[in-house]
Design a protein around this ligand. Structure first.
Ligand SMILES: Nc1nc(=O)c2c([nH]1)NC[C@@H]1CN(c3ccc(C(=O)N[C@@H](CCC(=O)O)C(=O)O)cc3)C=[N+]21
Length: 304
């Protein structure tokens, strides 16, 4: 095999999150256009507390994507010392503002603010992150509710490789409320056998070796190597780790991409995999929230 063929084969295995997110965004843009024609202008409110530089970059990217698909946005930047009362009263104002369809409070919040209390204050129908207990519970019951963006983006990427995931063994590494737990719920809904692995699990490596689908969401740079995988596994890498390599700052995932590439059927790169999908699903959720608030979408289970 010459190196060019090898390169093409290698690219074939790469699940192109950038391209797939562009597809999602163009579908969203089209539907936003239809809503606008009916006089509804979908609008996302983004709240950022404090001055974490990574959060500022993420928020900026979200606002750029919103503008591209025709979703309006309002930004609220609050200082790190903001009290819980001030933040809660802003959320109340946004809840009551009929022009605002989606509310996103960027995480993590500064220390001293109770994250759960803040997320619970957002009206479930405007909860485009899917973090309110009503949406978390609805997801676990298999109802059609607003779903967390990163896991739903991962499902979209998986469905690009296989339309039907029934009976596959999915191993999710990491049990966060934002990724691991909702990811397990979505995979279960797609009829996978699901193993949720975490820091207290015994023999993590051999659990990973059982995976037809491996979802890595632990935040440990390049932890997963070739010998952790079953041949032909499908790998979704949620990790975004900034590391110093050859004197430069680079982003790497939780999976050692170069090491595992030969062994997998398909794998998401970092960057250009799950990250762009997360933002695309946020736009899709904002559209769905606007449709629902104007009774143009019959998601029976999302209520005010
Ligand atoms: N309430 C809330 N909702 C979130 O969805 C949320 C959050 N808080 N806090 C932080 C995390 C992280 N997150 C990312 C979104 C896009 C990329 C992304 O687009 N990444 C690019 C690279 C970006 C870069 O170069 O840094 C990529 O992977 O290709 C990454 C990370 C959303 N989050």
């Amino acid at each position: 095999m010459n190196s060019q063929t090898q390169a093409i084969l290698a690219t074939d295995k790469r699940i192109d999150g950038k391209a797939i997110s562009a597809q999602v965004l163009s579908e969203v843009a089209e539907q936003v256009g239809q809503l606008q024609a009916q006089g509804v202008h979908p609008c996302l409110a983004v709240v950022l507390v404090g001055d974490d530089p990574a959060s500022q970059v993420y928020v900026k990217n979200k606002l750029l994507r919103a503008a591209e698909v025709g979703i309006l946005s309002v930004e609220h930047y609050l200082p790190a010392q903001t009290s819980a009362e001030t933040l809660l009263s802003l959320i109340e104002t946004l809840n009551e503002d009929a022009k605002v369809h989606g509310i996103l409070v960027q995480l993590p919040l500064p220390q001293g603010i109770d994250e759960i209390q803040v997320l619970e204050a957002i009206k479930p129908i405007k909860d485009v992150d899917g973090f309110h207990s009503s949406n978390v519970g609805g997801l676990s019951q298999g109802r059609s509710v607003l779903q967390p963006c990163t896991p739903s983006g991962c499902m979209r990427l998986l469905n690009q490789v296989r339309a039907d995931l029934s009976g596959m063994h999915a191993v999710v590494v990491g049990r966060s409320n934002i990724v691991g737990k909702p990811m397990a719920a979505l995979l279960l809904q797609a009829n996978c056998t699901v193993t949720l692995v975490h820091s207290k699990s015994r023999d993590i490596k051999s659990l990973c070796q059982m995976a037809d689908i491996l979802v890595a969401a632990v935040g440990r740079p390049e932890m997963i190597k070739q010998d952790w995988l079953k041949p032909g596994a499908i790998v979704i890498d949620v990790g975004i780790n900034r590391v110093e390599k050859e004197g430069r700052s680079r982003l790497v995932g939780d999976v050692d991409y170069a090491d595992v590439l030969d062994k997998v059927e398909a794998i998401t790169p970092v960057p250009g995999g799950v990250g762009p999908m997360t933002i695309a699903m946020l736009m899709s959720n904002t559209l769905a929230a606007a449709q629902k608030q104007h009774k143009l979408l019959s998601i029976s289970a999302i209520d005010g």
